[in-house]
Write a protein that binds this ligand. Structure first.
Ligand SMILES: [Zn+2]
Length: 254
């Protein structure tokens, strides 16, 4: 899932939810075009440097002198730990190891939402699966790792592995058949939760400000650590009006 496209001087960065970054250096004759699938291109094949394809569109980078990919460095993730956790995409990797690494996480105050995307615990969980797994397990993203039970660690790792493996090779990822987009919470801010009808919320978290999506209605397990600024946040009047007029809210009131 492409989460952010950002221009930094002459560089254009495309960032995926799993931390992959595609950096293109744009000079005089370099440019990105977006075409519908099958539409004719306005520049020739031989200047193509990179392309990103989805079901309906293709984005093409022409003429860039340098195009490179790298993984985003995240200083929140303890780099001294060295070895990476098991890769959920590989069927022969040991999931029990991921469960142990999660339960013995060195920073006991770390939040579950951050530990889940730490590649030293397990590889393959990006921002989309982080949100979807937490929803599936009905767990609060603000849970401290110290409060996590063995049962929940097993649930998280198994659910994540199942989602990652089921979606391998698919262009459009899906974790549920009950929403049009195939995802339960990711990208559904302001819409109704399919489990409890509460309104899905989102907020940027971590150093990179990636959007976390969750349902405050049913993701309440191990929730006692939810920061007070969120509990007592005074919503903007326009937001309150918008939320109260949502169809499932008015149905409730009626
Ligand atoms: Zn819910």
């Amino acid at each position: 899932m492409v989460e952010v496209v950002e221009a930094k001087g002459k560089h254009l960065e495309v960032m995926w939810d799993d931390g992959l970054v595609l950096n293109s250096h744009l000079k005089n004759k370099s440019e990105w075009h977006v075409y519908r699938k099958g539409a004719p291109w306005r520049r020739s094949w031989d200047t193509l440097r990179a392309s990103i394809q989805t079901d309906d569109f293709v984005a093409v980078c022409f003429g860039a002198p340098t195009v490179e990919t790298y993984r985003q460095n995240d200083r929140e993730r303890h780099p001294g730990l060295g070895r990476l956790g098991p890769d959920l995409c590989r069927h022969d990797d040991n999931l029990v190891e991921a469960i142990d690494l999660m339960l013995s996480y060195p920073n006991r105050q770390a939040r579950l939402r951050d530990v889940m995307v730490d590649q030293h615990v397990m590889q393959g969980v990006g921002n989309v699966y982080r949100c979807e797994v937490l929803w599936a397990a009905e767990l609060s993203p603000w849970t401290h790792i110290a409060d996590l039970t063995h049962h929940d660690a097993v649930l998280i790792v198994n659910t994540a592995a199942k989602m990652v493996r089921t979606n391998q090779g698919r262009i459009r990822r899906a974790t549920t058949s009950h929403t049009s987009g195939g995802l339960a919470v990711y990208g559904r801010t302001g819409q109704g939760c399919i489990r409890c009808s509460e309104t899905i919320e989102s907020r940027p978290v971590g150093r990179q400000g990636r959007m976390l999506f969750w349902c405050p209605g049913c993701q309440v397990r191990l929730d006692r650590q939810l920061p007070t600024e969120i509990r007592h946040m005074d919503p903007h009047p326009a937001a309150v009006k918008y939320l109260n007029e949502l169809p499932w809210r008015t149905r409730e009131a009626g």
